[in-house]
Design a protein around this ligand. Structure first.
Ligand SMILES: [Zn+2]
Length: 136
């Protein structure tokens, strides 16, 4: 059986650019073929790293992504109830790969507080010069 499913088609699938029939074919193949699921993960990660193009797609689809700060607040349950629910929906019902990756990154930072503080100090130190220049 030769699969006519290329990374490019998987990307189109992830970005919701395929017809329903095509998407259904790919979903069927994904269920039957673990290798294809691996490939999908690779393509998904690549899309997340590409960030911008995928972000543009979500915007076109009018799915508004929360900012990283909002995701952080979501993790700590600091958002207003409605927005908390929206972010939850966005992450786990829509499954926005961009935000899910962002959330995972934030969770990792939370899980390693010592390391993240080091990182923050480093960022702080490197931006002190810039801040001073801006203030004077
Ligand atoms: Zn998103």
């Amino acid at each position: 059986m030769s699969l006519n499913i290329t990374p490019e088609r998987l990307r189109a699938y992830l970005e919701d650019r395929l017809s329903e029939t095509e998407a259904a074919t790919i979903e069927k193949e994904l269920r039957a073929n673990p290798e294809l699921r691996e490939l999908l993960e690779v393509v998904r990660n690549r899309s997340v790293n590409a960030g911008h193009s995928l972000g543009a797609v979500w915007q076109r689809e009018r799915l508004t992504c929360p900012t990283r700060e909002q995701l952080n607040s979501y993790l700590r349950e600091l958002l207003e109830d409605d927005y908390q629910a929206y972010v939850h929906f966005h992450l786990f019902k829509i499954g926005c790969p961009y935000c899910v990756a962002n959330l995972e990154d934030l969770q990792e930072l939370q899980a390693e507080p010592a390391q993240s503080e080091q990182r923050r100090d480093r960022i702080f130190e490197s931006s002190v010069g810039i801040l001073r220049e801006n203030k004077s």
